[in-house]
Design a protein around this ligand. Structure first.
Ligand SMILES: Nc1ncnc2c1ncn2[C@@H]1O[C@H](COP(=O)(O)OP(=O)(O)OP(=O)(O)O)[C@@H](O)[C@H]1O
Length: 324
């Protein structure tokens, strides 16, 4: 079917998923967003925001309570098999059959996608080479480390030359250098082959580096969306970091009186989170209290600050740092 120019590779319209009847939990609540061809879109949010539930609906392994999912303008509910033949998926947490070897797993998967024999072998070789796994091809999945397993699931996702790839935390448990390789590979697939990638992650640095755009979920709704740098810039606070020689208690007192969050470190270092327009007034108050500091740094928020801000607003503990 010809696809009209400008049709998004993926469009989600008013998607909702409610679990349970007695005590219903709405994991995804009227979510709408679109992803262009060749775009890398980050799907972010604190724990329980609805990312995995969304991915599962996009894969048709969960049925939406309401709403529509369109791939190339075609409804997933009506063209499931044809659409899913063009969708790749990898999750750091989904398992492949553990008693099959790497090579066997990929072969079974390639057959499911009806790849011709010659292509199956050639493509498997290219991907295993690319992810440094060719020498491990005869090993069973159960004999692989977590990082090696992740690499095989990524090979699986890209094996049938998908047009869209859904990646749920793809670089969790990877060494930093392998995670970098994966990012380069994903970027190359998008730039050269026009593959679109939806990417969930807790790793802010990664998202800021690789994603063209991010959609930030909170309680199943979009809390914000935009380019990573734009999103970070919408947070209106700054962090003022001072190395205080005299009057550390006064700094804490002045911050508390203004209801500002502070973090203290050893060596008289204190960081104060403050709305940007109030920075000058805060520094003036320190000067009147005769506080002396030898170093000052004013830092604009990062995307990670934004993430923490949303988590805190929900009264959740800060998420555990992601393994690099
Ligand atoms: N099968 C289910 N039955 C009931 N509630 C569920 C089910 N699956 C998910 N939920 C709830 O839906 C909400 C969203 O969960 P989901 O796993 O989609 O979030 P997430 O953003 O992927 O979180 P995380 O980052 O922790 O993986 C949570 O409140 C979760 O407890």
């Amino acid at each position: 079917m010809a696809v009209a120019e400008g049709t998004p590779a993926l469009e989600v319209i008013e998607l909702t998923k409610t679990f349970g009847r007695r005590k219903p939990v709405t994991a995804v609540a009227g979510l709408s967003f679109a992803m262009a061809r060749g775009e890398i879109l980050g799907l972010l949010g604190p724990n329980g925001a609805g990312k995995t539930t969304t991915i599962q609906m996009l894969l048709s392994t969960l049925t939406p309570t309401s709403g529509r999912i369109l791939y190339d303008g075609r409804d997933l509910a009506r063209h499931r098999s044809a659409i899913l033949a063009k969708v790749g998926y990898a999750s750091a947490y989904s398992k492949l059959p553990s008693l099959l070897s790497v090579e066997e797993n990929l072969d079974v998967f390639a057959r499911l996608y009806d790849m011709p024999a010659g292509d199956r072998k050639a493509r498997t070789r290219v991907l295993l080479d690319r992810f440094g796994m060719w020498d491990n091809r005869k090993r069973t999945m159960s004999a692989l480390s977590a990082g090696q397993t992740t690499r095989v699931t990524l090979c699986k996702a890209f094996l049938p030359r998908p047009e869209i790839v859904l990646l749920d935390e793809p670089t969790a448990s990877l060494d930093p250098d392998v995670a970098l390789e994966v990012r380069d590979f994903v970027r190359q697939q998008c730039e050269e082959d026009g593959v679109s990638v939806l990417h969930t992650s807790h790793n802010m640095d990664e998202v800021a580096e690789i994603c063209h755009r991010v959609v930030f979920l909170d309680r199943g709704r979009i809390a914000a969306e935009g380019r990573p740098s734009e999103l970070a810039a919408t947070v209106a606070w700054a962090k003022v970091r001072l190395k205080v020689d005299r009057g550390l208690d006064d700094v804490a007192r002045i911050a508390a009186a203004r209801e500002l969050d502070t973090t203290q470190e050893e060596g008289g270092v204190i960081e104060v989170e403050i709305d940007e327009p109030d920075v000058a007034g805060f520094l003036a108050a320190l000067a009147s209290a005769d506080v002396r500091y030898t170093e000052i740094a004013i830092r604009k928020p990062t995307l990670e600050d934004y993430f923490l801000h949303i988590a805190r607003r929900r009264g959740e503990p800060d998420p555990a740092p992601t393994a690099p």
